[in-house]
Design a binder for this molecule. Structure first.
Ligand code: GLA
Length: 617
């Protein structure tokens, strides 16, 4: 705090300046400069855009969590909320799941997303990370960064920086032409994400800022942090605007920011108007009236805002993240829905919170003079019974090829990013009852001896074991490992999946493994037969519909697994909730027959239910 509070924004139009002499450096330093006249600049305590005063009234939306056919719809609903700006992260792993294979097409065409925002008259706040947190798998980092599980991420480690620089060199040239400094919608760019709550390697932050500049990002740069003194001290850089993230009353957080940064516009870059859920915990909601009152306070103070989130969305496929509670040492996987109790719901509904916040925003700006969009069309409820099934252990050869290793290794060591992974070895007999244990498991294992299920192990109960007895000369040991998302926050983000430690039987290390990666990105090789397979198995059902619309799929009586619609993985389900239905947006359905495949790891229910309303618990 000391020293940093001496930072001053001198407020010349077109640039923010800080006296480097006051910071102990030589001469005078110009910071947060907007190179071209069109950009967002700082003028005393306010922003200017194109030279005119501008209050950023923004909301968060993640293109990677919304089907691209619905981008325009959701962005438009945000515009109708009264926002003049939208904010998005970039999820690196969504674009570069395999090292060197970068994808900016289709759902990954974030340039198109920004262009659509621009077409709707919205400005864009761009948050390229490379670490983004966001309850997204591994905070946006690609799994291949874990090939060396001990690498120091979010630091000046040269191997890490080289990977980041290579990525930025591909990402940033695509966004540079979209900046407001060149007539585009992008007005501000974030450096890292809440870095102050992680570490104090400011050389790392500076490296990122330098990379942004070197790749033609000439927009206003900002660092956002929680409103604590340590976070503001170590999560900021001279030359960037400091902003704060918080929930609740803005008075305290803005005072803390002011102590650190006595001048400059106040900006709450994440006002948490909702929250996310973990499996097995209560569904989170916030009070719409209270949120509206806090937004009112911020806007009345002339502050800029970003509602995190303004549009709810979904952790489709395997993309949800997880937390790790250091106090209880518990891994806490995040659910599939990212509805977040946001003003625009996961399914595009305009909620009570939408109307309350809109009414407040309307006091400070002119709302679009148009009728509000209709709720998205919904499919009529119906029920589908599985008509075919096949066991997962019987399908291994149709899904993948084995690699052999002396000891078990996590999936990142066999080039796999996500999904499940299978380990097989044989155990010599005869052998009386012994306990099988797995160390450093990510995240849950199902153990079988000669195809018979012996038990289940979970990373949150590391002392657990499974009793095994071999009566014949040898037995086949199968261990199927299922995953929750990779940890996206805190100091345990190096979260490898599968088995990182060892497998012991009665204390003796088991060696000689066949390892089968099961990313499950293509189920077309499965050979289904009669319904009713037990154990981990795929169950297929058909739903016939007249015309695509949004639906919500519930699996009553089912236990834990994942659900595909027409080959697209809608996400994980789990009977412990709080989420009961999975969102299945209109673009994934087709007229006529639609194929559902559930991978149920424990016990299937009787039917899959199509509902017209979500149930998030
Ligand atoms: C922080 C992060 C966000 C998100 C929120 C919680 O503010 O910056 O990415 O994780 O927490 O939803």
């Amino acid at each position: 705090m000391e020293g940093m509070s001496r930072r001053r924004f001198l407020g010349a139009a077109g640039s923010v300046t800080v006296s480097a002499a006051m910071l102990g450096g030589p001469g005078r330093m110009v910071v947060a400069e907007a190179a071209a006249p069109g950009g967002l600049t700082v003028d005393g305590d306010r922003f200017l855009l194109d030279g005119k005063p501008f209050q950023i009234i923004s909301g968060g939306i993640h293109y990677f969590r919304i089907h691209p056919d619905l981008w325009r719809d959701r962005l438009n609903r945000m515009r109708m909320l009264g926002l003049n700006t939208v904010e998005t992260y970039v999820a690196w792993n969504f674009h570069e799941q395999e090292r060197g294979e970068v994808d900016f097409s289709g759902w990954r065409d974030f340039v198109r997303f920004i262009e659509i925002a621009g077409e709707l008259g919205l400005k864009v706040v761009f948050r390229p990370g490379p670490y983004v947190c966001a309850e997204w798998e591994f905070g946006g980092f690609p799994a291949w960064l874990l090939e060396n599980p001990d690498q120091a991420l979010r630091s000046s480690d040269p191997t890490y920086l080289e990977a980041v620089d290579t990525w930025f060199a591909q990402l940033l040239p695509r966004v540079a032409p979209l900046q407001a400094t060149r007539g585009g919608p992008v007005i501000a760019v974030q450096v890292e994400n809440e870095y102050g709550s992680y570490g104090n390697d400011t050389a790392y932050l500076q490296h990122l800022a330098d990379q942004l500049r070197a790749n033609d990002i000439d927009s206003l740069l900002f660092c956002c942090n929680g409103a604590s003194e340590a976070a503001l001290r170590d999560g900021n850089l001279p030359g960037t605007l400091a902003t704060v993230n918080f929930a609740g009353d803005p008075t305290g957080p803005f005072e803390t920011l002011r102590k650190y940064q006595p001048e400059g516009p106040l900006w709450c870059t994440e006002y948490w108007d909702g929250w996310f859920d973990h499996w097995g915990e209560q569904h989170h909601t916030t009070d719409p009236a209270q949120d509206a009152a806090n937004v009112d306070k911020m806007l009345a103070a002339g502050a800029s805002i970003n509602l995190y989130m303004a549009a709810g969305s979904t952790n489709f496929e395997w993309w949800s993240g997880a937390n790790y509670d250091e106090a209880t040492k518990q891994y806490q996987p995040t659910i599939t829905s990212y509805d977040y109790d946001a003003p625009v719901s996961e399914a595009g509904d305009l909620t009570e919170k939408f109307h309350k916040i809109r009414e407040v925003i309307g006091r400070y700006t002119t709302l679009p003079d148009e009728p509000l969009p209709e709720p998205p069309a919904r499919l009529a409820p119906q029920s589908a019974r599985p008509t075919a099934s096949v066991g997962l252990l019987d399908s291994l050869d149709r899904l993948t090829k084995p690699v052999t290793r002396d000891t078990p290794v996590p999936m990142e060591q066999v080039g796999q990013a996500q999904g499940l992974i299978h380990y097989r070895t044989s155990v010599q007999g005869p052998l009386g009852k012994n306990t099988l244990t797995i160390s450093q498991l990510g995240d849950r294992a199902w153990v079988f001896l000669d195809g018979e299920r012996k038990g289940e192990l979970d990373r949150n109960q590391p002392d657990q074991g499974v009793e095994i007895e071999v009566t014949g000369e040898s037995a086949r040991l199968d261990i199927l490992v299922g995953t929750g998302g990779r940890i996206n926050f805190g100091h345990f983000i190096n979260d490898t999946k599968g088995i990182r430690g060892d497998v012991r039987l009665g204390g003796q290390l088991l060696s000689g493994w066949e390892i089968r990666p099961l990313p499950m990105n293509d189920l077309s090789g499965l050979r289904f037969s009669e319904p009713g397979a037990s154990g981990p198995a795929f169950h297929r059902a058909t739903l016939r519909i007249d015309a695509p619309a949004d639906g919500f799929l519930e699996l009553p009586g089912w236990n834990k697994g994942a659900l595909w619609l027409n080959g697209f993985l809608l996400g994980r389900y789990w009977h412990i909730g709080p989420q009961r239905t999975l969102y299945a947006p209109a673009p994934l359905w087709r007229e006529g027959d639609n194929e559902l495949i559930a991978l149920e790891l424990n016990q299937p229910g009787e039917s899959i239910e199509l509902r017209a309303e979500p149930d998030l618990g």
